[in-house]
Design a binder for this molecule. Structure first.
Ligand SMILES: NC(=O)C1=CN([C@@H]2O[C@H](COP(=O)(O)OP(=O)(O)OC[C@H]3O[C@@H](n4cnc5c(N)ncnc54)[C@H](OP(=O)(O)O)[C@@H]3O)[C@@H](O)[C@H]2O)C=CC1
Ligand SMILES: C[C@H]1O[C@H](OP(=O)(O)OP(=O)(O)OC[C@H]2O[C@@H](n3cnc4c(=O)[nH]c(N)nc43)[C@H](O)[C@@H]2O)[C@@H](O)[C@@H](O)C1=O
Length: 325
């Protein structure tokens, strides 16, 4: 396959987008071939601005890693922002990409697209088979729309225009570049901050949201970036052999999960916190379990590399680097 000369990474300052840029550079793509725009330079919810950008830049490939992203609390408190901004970003980018001749685009969804009580591990076939988890339903609906946008452009314009838009569904991610906001972040960056601050202040206990019993699967962000580039570059015949036109998304998971209580103990160890861990039942648990079935991606030749202890140590170092600045 010829190397594309213009690759647009949308969301390049985010945790995943920045890891995709690292991955592309490591794979030998010159920096001059990677096109980026900050949110301030290009608001992807603005259709006219997105159309003008694509008409001017004419990228050959697009990684769509820009999104309104947050943990359980942010999803619950700002549902309008999550559904509106994500629908607009996806619709604008995918439609402008098509108008401007982009044949290869990778859309990043999320494991929350699956029903709250989907059989575990969750295979791609579980999509649209049951009710969603309430805390993130608006975000999940927007992510399902993103998958269906890609599939619809493939079905309508694949043969005539060579459109080949793919979707990956990441499990819960963590790593350098994460958002360490005390309330709006995901569980790993939130607990890194909380345990670190408790260690520094000598607090006798740290409260974990919810019951501690929900189970989650965690993938290090550089593994996610490697999976994204892998899926983008798969030959069309291999991709089509493992997907269907109306069930085309691919799960990206680590392969095992743990309870939030177990995770909290691991983060306490990594940060060096030795006080008590308590549970705040006034906060939501969310989905009881969401372990991905990543066998589709394994058959396509990709495996995760970074285990949780290694990844948590790297994430804690990233937090320390940021707070030292
Ligand atoms: N983090 C996780 O655990 C998971 C993430 N995902 C998905 O992976 C993708 C990347 O997530 P992640 O890197 O964690 O998220 P981040 O919040 O770290 O990054 C998202 C990026 O998108 C940009 N962005 C948001 N809105 C706009 C906009 N209107 N116009 C232009 N840029 C915008 C943000 O810029 P700014 O900050 O300036 O607004 C930011 O750089 C998303 O699609 C997310 O849904 C899926 C599953 C789990
Ligand atoms: C990636 C995924 O992320 C979100 O879903 P989620 O899996 O529920 O993600 P979370 O990381 O916020 O929580 C995981 C679990 O951990 C518990 N928990 C404990 N203590 C804290 C805590 O301090 N902060 C947070 N955020 N959670 C905590 C929390 O109660 C929950 O049981 C989606 O909205 C959606 O955006 C999405 O796709």
């Amino acid at each position: 396959m010829n190397q594309p000369e213009t690759i647009y990474v949308a969301g390049h300052r985010g945790m995943v987008g920045s890891a995709i840029v690292r991955q592309l550079l490591a794979a030998g793509h010159p920096a001059s071939h990677i096109v980026t725009r900050t949110h301030a330079e290009l608001d992807l919810t603005d259709q006219a601005a997105v159309r003008a950008f694509f008409a001017q830049v004419k990228p050959q490939q697009v990684y769509l890693a820009a999104a309104k992203v947050g943990g359980i609390h942010a999803n619950n408190v700002y549902p309008a922002d999550f559904i509106y901004q994500n629908l607009m970003i996806e619709a604008n980018v995918i439609e402008a990409a098509f108008r401007n001749g982009v044949q290869k685009l990778l859309f990043l969804g999320s494991s929350c697209i699956y029903p709250k009580l989907a059989p575990q591990p969750m295979s791609e076939q579980a999509l649209l088979t049951g009710p969603l988890e309430a805390t993130n339903e608006p975000y999940a609906v927007a992510k399902i729309a993103g998958i269906k946008l890609c599939e619809s452009y493939n079905r309508q314009f694949g043969a005539s225009h060579g459109v080949d838009y793919r979707s990956v569904m990441p499990t819960n991610l963590y790593g350098p570049g994460d958002n360490y906001h005390p309330e709006n972040s995901h569980v790993i960056p939130a607990l890194i901050r909380r345990f670190h601050e408790a260690k520094v202040s000598g607090a006798p206990e740290v409260a974990i949201w919810g019951s501690g019993t929900p189970m989650r699967e965690f993938l290090y962000v550089d593994d996610m970036a490697a999976a994204s580039v892998h899926v983008m570059n798969l030959p069309k015949a291999s991709y089509e052999q493992h997907t269907q036109p109306m069930l085309s998304h691919i799960n990206v998971g680590y392969g095992s999960d743990m309870t939030i209580a177990e995770l909290a103990h691991s983060i306490a160890r990594v940060t060096g916190y030795t006080g008590q861990i308590t549970f705040d039942a006034s906060k939501p648990d969310g989905t009881p379990r969401k372990l991905m079935d990543s066998s589709r991606l394994h058959s396509l030749g990709w495996q995760a590399k970074v285990d949780l202890p290694t990844g948590l140590a790297l994430a804690y170092q990233d937090f320390l680097n940021k707070t030292a600045q």
